[in-house]
Write a protein that binds this ligand. Sequence first.
Ligand SMILES: C[S@@+](CC[C@H](N)C(=O)[O-])C[C@H]1O[C@@H](n2cnc3c(N)ncnc32)[C@H](O)[C@@H]1O
Length: 292
Amino acid sequence: MISNDQKYLAEVLNTVVHGDCINIMNSLPEKSAQLIFADPPFNLDKKYRSYRDNLPFDQYMKWTEEWIDAAIRILRDDGTLLLYNIPKLLTYTTPILNERAEFRHWIAWNSGGKPLGKTLQPAHYGILFYTKTKKSKFFDVRAPHKTCRKCKTYLTDYGGKEHQRHPFGYQISDVWDDIHRVRHASKRIDNHPCQLPVHLIERAILMTTDPGDLVVDPFCGGGSGAVAARQMGRDYIGAETDEYYQEVSQAKLMAAQPTIIGNAYVSVHLNKVVSVRDCDIEGGIRWKRRAS
Ligand SMILES: C[S@@+](CC[C@H](N)C(=O)[O-])C[C@H]1O[C@@H](n2cnc3c(N)ncnc32)[C@H](O)[C@@H]1O
């Protein structure tokens, strides 16, 4: 007999669900998701359509604890939780996560914005990388070598070991500075105030999942996480409390197509490969720098 949570999983698989992520995650089977990519509101009084982004701090952290519990329950034993936020809030979140999961990395994303601060200019966001257990799925990811825009020479000095330079690109580290933030334009259909670049989430997906694995985005917003999962050939479930954002995400998903070069899923932006799994290159796929 099929259990209620299995029935619910089948019902919502590969959709963005309108509703509260805690209820939605609590309705899914235990240990069903390979990756949870969470981009919760930052409690900075951002102007969302319906969500009020100004909870008293204690309430915000209590809520954070609640959704993290719901997320950890549905993670597979070799699954990963990536939590994107501003550094200050992440310092309050790590104690919660340290009690429930295994710390792996703190990824710093320099989003290329022009920071305006009164003291040290805030130039990066953090992505906490936790796994449910010590035994997790992980894939090395490569990004194209950085070259001079004008003369096309390589910017990294290999100190006489140029022959060791990988033919495609460098192995990414925990500092990501090659992906620019989304420029927000009020005239766009989604009109969501803080969308992440799809190719940022695609990199996270390539790093922690296989094709066909389930990716859950509990705060789906304009749909970037769900679109990234679809383009990378993964199953997905998004949750979003705002009906308009949920509809916009569904519309974007209708237009999104898997991005495959050779026989591997690769992340492409503006017709250029941004991220590819090392094992997919070594596997002998016929990859090219540009998508056709
Ligand atoms: C920071 S935005 C996410 C943006 C998204 N990553 C993107 O790239 O478009 C947070 C979103 O979470 C939604 N939200 C707030 N509380 C929620 C909840 N309890 N369950 C589901 N969604 C929620 C808000 O409406 C908002 O759209």
